[in-house]
Design a protein around this ligand. Sequence first.
Ligand code: NBP
Length: 480
Amino acid sequence: ARASIGLTGLAVMGSNLARNIARNGYTIAVHNRTTSKMTDMVEAYADEAREAGGELVGRESLEDFVAAIERPRTVVVMVKAGSPTDAVIDELAPLLEEGDIVVDAGNAHVDDTMRRQAALKEQGLHFVGMGVSGGEEGALNGPSIMVGGSEHAYENLGPIVEKIAAQVDGTPCATHVGPDGAGHFVKMVHNGIEYADMQLIAESYDLLRALTDRTPAQLAEAFSDWNGGDLESFLIEMTADVLAHTDQATGTAFVDVVEDAAEQKGTGRWTVQTALDLGVPVTGIAEATFARSLSGHTDQRAAARERFGSAVHDVEVDVEQFTDDVRSALFASKVVAYAQGFDQILAASAENDWDVDPGTIATIWRGGCIIRAQFLDRIREAYEAEPGLKSLLLAPYFADAVEAGAAAWRRVVATAATAGVPVPAFSSSLSYFDALRRDRLPAALIQGLRDDFGAHTYRRVDKEGSFHTLWAGDRSEVEA
Ligand code: NBP
């Protein structure tokens, strides 16, 4: 039988995604540059596929692989992002025919996706940038899938991805997000939000550890408790799991034997870079990305420790009250991070005419992906109730929660500052909230300075037009 779909690139993600497709009853052609990976995989999982009514069709050459797929062909490329993806597309494209669809399921930069789409369009081919979230476990058992590209491309691909994706309340965590780069853009922001979410959790842990004198295992219990409330999420659950883990070699808390220098693969950085271009303040994601960079500057950190000492200043806290305050601060800051991420998606959507529906994005993030959380249902409801919502922070549920938690949020940031425990994401989220609601911002002074040193002009609160003050002259004002 001809395959309904093909997949090339059988490392951990590709192989698991192909197995997932076959387990859902599809016949899928599979290929890998190094043939042994393909033959090993087919041998290991052919029975599993057959039992589910599917089939893994292994092909050694790219030509035979392409020939095994039904037309119009849907070919998923799941190789290393960057130049390997270009190399595979360059090899693949000449073998395809008009109307065929190339799907890049790797973590591509949206600019690469737009470029590839334009290039393949000239050859009569459709290109899909498809964001797949959930790591290897998700790829196998149900990821969250964000598909970009044409309607034509989604016709064949859509039913397959909706079937293999995680399902929440009977709804698949997969959708056609919008044309061209929309899928990869939304996946990128998903990862950016994941950075912010993890940083906020890490700051919560650090504060509780420094100021409430509890072991990681004891703190695991606090996170488990939180997982029973409005913070319920995969990341909080995993935090409890990691904190409770004991290193087998030394018998000490696992978190204490891990080097405290966080790595990154680039999607957080991309999120911040594109946000800067779009002019959208994603301060939570930016602080989280910079915090990872700072953690890696071990030489500078050692020098600073030597010069300034590393002591945390004594601050008396009531353990129960402070723990609850940190929980409130975490929730409020998390609302800010998500609000900023959704702002970024909506700004890119408006700029590129993608027509992305934010409620649908929240829906498909409810399962399969790393940031899956109960919280996302509230986001979906917020956008359903008010499609033109100015900020997620203003949706009644979130506005009430942030308002109720604001005092605790301030206490936490103030306590952290007094103690000398860094909370970049907590404090910048609080500043974002305060900046948004402030009557007058000191931006007026900045405009004055810009006009003084560079004649950049300013607008007035009391009349239309642009103005310039003759700073070096008689200080009269002229209309610019
Ligand atoms: P890798 O990113 O490690 O890529 C390995 C695959 O790329 C192998 O199949 C390898 O073939 C192939 N490849 C390379 Br490298 N250069 C090639 C070339 N020039 N021509 C043909 N094939 C080439 O695998 P992964 O970790 O499974 O990730 C796959 C994609 O999924 C990446 O884009 C990644 O960003 C994305 N992603 C990963 C995760 C995750 O949790 N790991 C999550 C979401 C998305 P070979 O076997 O012949 O060397």
